[in-house]
Design a protein around this ligand. Structure first.
Ligand SMILES: [Zn+2]
Ligand SMILES: [Zn+2]
Length: 371
């Protein structure tokens, strides 16, 4: 489960935005408003997402591909009550549901992978190390030590719930809450498996090969079905999402499938015209700087950009020419330039120029300058 998606907030959402999103959803989905089971499930997801994202430590763990709630289930030998119990206790959840099954689907996992522009542009295969739960190989997910079985809980007689009558300002209310002895399962494991302490799964580190298609960019996610967390009781695994993060390239900046770069050309070369050898992402090309090239003009190299994701062809490479005015002149150079200025009657500079109409080149220039 992607908690950001559940709350509908961006990955860089502030604490305040997360709180606001949660409040809004909680109002819509609260069991008092919408008692049907589907909405209640959604409400639990939303609350779980808030529990994680509102806690800086858990949020960081999730951002790093971890599963802050997955390890807190019953029997994991850690924090005691599972999250479902807490919610059930709050909302009297599932008043007439039976005991909770020990076998459940696992959570989705998210992992981030850093890629170079080369890799996002042309695709690659990455070996990624993931820490997830898998079904316990010792007990095959049963959670019991060899030769033993679960027994019916004595406190709830296997119902998984304890009913009690409470006085409130509304009068007497019958509430059902998860049985504290069996944590809602209806059974107890008197002799837990020593390997997994009864959870039916263990954490492992594995290497997963991920095929990265050409043309992906930062924020894209690749879904690997069934590669996420195994569920409690060795339940079916959730999915693994691999989120792409592209490292900034030292020369090229990227916008969609197009690349942008800046080429510095001396004033004299810009005036006389020249040819400059240039390394694109995957080729050696030559850029022809026409005589009289102005600073800020753009040369487009067709199909030298990034491969299009789900499509054919490539984006373009836009090379902005940056004409460099010499800043230190010796006596001889000064003399030559003065003579040139005289020949061209350029000793007196001209005044303001009219604003150019916004055309394609000014837009291109903006995209250079704005980055
Ligand atoms: Zn086990
Ligand atoms: Zn019980």
């Amino acid at each position: 489960m992607d908690y950001y998606e559940v709350l509908g907030v961006p990955r860089d959402a502030t604490a305040e935005e997360i709180k606001r999103a949660y409040r809004k959803l909680a109002r819509e989905l609260h069991p008092d408003v919408n008692p049907d089971p589907l909405t209640q499930d959604k409400f639990k997801d939303v609350t779980a997402a808030y529990e994680v994202l509102s806690d800086p430590e858990k949020r960081q763990m999730f951002d790093l591909g971890g599963d802050p709630l997955g390890g807190a289930g019953p029997g994991s030998g850690g924090t005691g009550f599972g999250f479902g119990d807490i919610m059930d206790a709050f909302f009297g959840g599932g008043g007439n549901q039976g005991p909770r099954p020990r076998v459940r689907r696992g959570q989705d996992a998210l992992i981030q992978v850093e890629l170079d522009l080369q890799e996002t542009a042309f695709g690659t295969v990455k070996d990624i190390t993931v820490d997830t739960a898998i079904g316990c190989p010792t007990c095959h997910g049963e959670g019991t030590a060899a030769g033993t079985d679960p027994v019916t809980c004595t406190m709830c007689q296997g119902r998984g719930q304890i009913q009690s009558v409470q006085r409130s300002f509304l009068g007497q209310v019958m509430t059902a809450r998860a049985c504290p002895q069996c944590k809602g399962y209806g059974t107890l494991i008197p002799h837990p498996c020593p390997e997994c302490a009864g959870d039916g799964r263990v954490r492992t580190r594995r290497t997963v090969s991920v095929k990265i298609p050409a043309g992906v960019e930062t924020g894209n996610r690749i879904r690997l079905a069934g590669e996420g967390e195994a569920g409690p009781g060795a339940g079916p695994a959730g999915d693994l999402y691999v989120e792409i993060h592209e490292r900034p390239h030292e020369v090229f900046s990227r916008e969609g499938d197009d690349l942008f770069a800046t080429l510095r050309v001396p004033m004299t070369a810009a005036a006389l015209g020249t040819t400059i050898p240039l390394a694109t992402l995957d080729d050696q090309i030559e850029i022809h700087v026409r005589p009289g090239t102005q600073s800020g003009s753009v040369e487009t190299v067709k199909a030298a950009g990034v491969n299009r994701l789900r499509g054919h062809g490539r984006g373009d490479l836009h090379v902005r020419i940056d004409v460099v005015t010499p800043s230190r002149l010796d006596a001889r150079q000064t003399e030559l330039l003065k003579e040139l200025a005289e020949l061209r009657s350029e000793e007196a500079p001209t005044g303001f120029e009219e604003q150019p109409r916004g055309g394609i080149f000014s837009r291109l220039k903006d995209s250079f300058g704005g980055k």
